[in-house]
Design a protein around this ligand. Structure first.
Ligand code: SAM
Length: 306
């Protein structure tokens, strides 16, 4: 079930028969709904995961030449669109994070709920989570756990990882999950009982972000969106944790404010390129979360190109 689907459709309502790029095609859920809602809309769908792209391609086959599926990273948006002969688009959608296909495949190693190799790569390049866990220094591990996992016990967990791997390589999701649970202080475990969140959650998030260079990719994407949108074009970004949302929020704020004079501190409103359509991020309703628990942390921000 695509997250915040009704809200996404509403924001794209005015684009009618334009060209939309879905930067995170995934299983093609949002894409399919948008193509159905706008019978003359054309869509370019990008994903870095070849298996997701293949699934989406089959799902969207019936829309024929209205759809192009492109393997690539959204950080390369401008280049990928140029290669399709496209300079500007009427809409950009980015539904960040992992798809249920990735999360629910044990062999992809994204989840501590299943036994699997420590992979976690969405695409085919970059380091695996196993290479990070077994290869980074204790200091590097602590840093990524703190920065990307916002893990309060980062030092303790990093130390436990390094001690364990001296005995033997940490090879699987369940090994890592157990190691983290054992390493964290009891109050962490008690909080888990109350909050119903596994203590390994943040460590897995940190490794996934590092393995996929997620924040760098998002910063690169956000640096290109305004130039890629035509006048009155729409942008919708759905993020799933505060690190992503901060990047989206800050970029949109800067683009909607215009350039700031370094000396006087005054903003030049004539340099504004976007209008914010969401003052605060839109969150899913309780009803949506009840049907789709993965929507719980979603935050949607939207903007219009001036
Ligand atoms: C939450 S899913 C998208 C689900 C989709 N909106 C749907 O309705 O089926 C996110 C997708 O983005 C892809 N992705 C994540 N980071 C990416 C990047 N840097 N470049 C391209 N695709 C990326 C993932 O492979 C995943 O398939």
């Amino acid at each position: 079930m695509p997250v915040l689907l009704g809200e996404t459709l509403d924001f794209f309502e005015p684009i009618g028969g334009g060209l939309l790029v879905d930067c995170t095609l995934g299983l093609g859920g949002h894409a399919e709904a948008l193509l159905k809602a706008h019978p003359t809309l054309r869509l370019i769908g990008i994903d870095r995961d070849p298996s997701a792209l293949e699934r989406a391609r089959r799902r969207l086959f019936g829309f024929g030449a209205r759809v192009s599926c492109v393997l690539g990273e959204y950080g390369d948006l401008a280049r990928l669109l140029r290669e399709q002969g496209v300079q500007r688009v009427s809409g950009i959608l980015a539904d960040l994070g992992v798809s249920s296909l990735q999360l629910d495949s044990p062999q992809r190693g994204f989840s501590f709920r299943f036994e699997g190799p420590l992979d976690m790569r969405m695409g085919e390049s970059g380091l695996t989570a196993g290479e990070i866990v077994n290869g980074y220094t204790e200091v590097e591990l602590e840093r990524i756990l703190r920065e990307y996992g916002e893990e309060r016990q980062a030092r303790r967990v990093a130390r436990a990882i390094v001690a364990a791997r001296e005995e033997r390589e940490i090879a699987t999701t369940t090994e890592l999950g157990e190691l983290v649970r054992a390493a964290k202080r009891p109050e962490g475990r008690r909080r888990w009982g109350v909050a119903r969140r596994d203590p390994a959650t943040q460590v897995f998030q940190a490794l996934r972000i590092e393995a996929n260079r997620e924040l760098t990719g998002l910063e690169r994407l956000m640096g290109q969106v305004a130039d890629m949108l035509e006048g009155d074009g729409r942008l919708v970004v759905i993020s799933y944790h505060s690190l992503e949302d901060r990047i989206v929020k800050n970029t949109l704020r800067d683009l909607a404010r215009g350039e700031v004079d370094e000396i006087t501190g005054r903003t030049h409103s004539e340099t504004r390129v976007l209008e914010l359509l969401t003052k605060k991020p839109i969150r899913p309703t309780e009803a949506e979360i009840a049907v789709n628990p993965r929507a719980r942390s979603a935050r949607l921000r939207a903007a219009r190109r001036l």
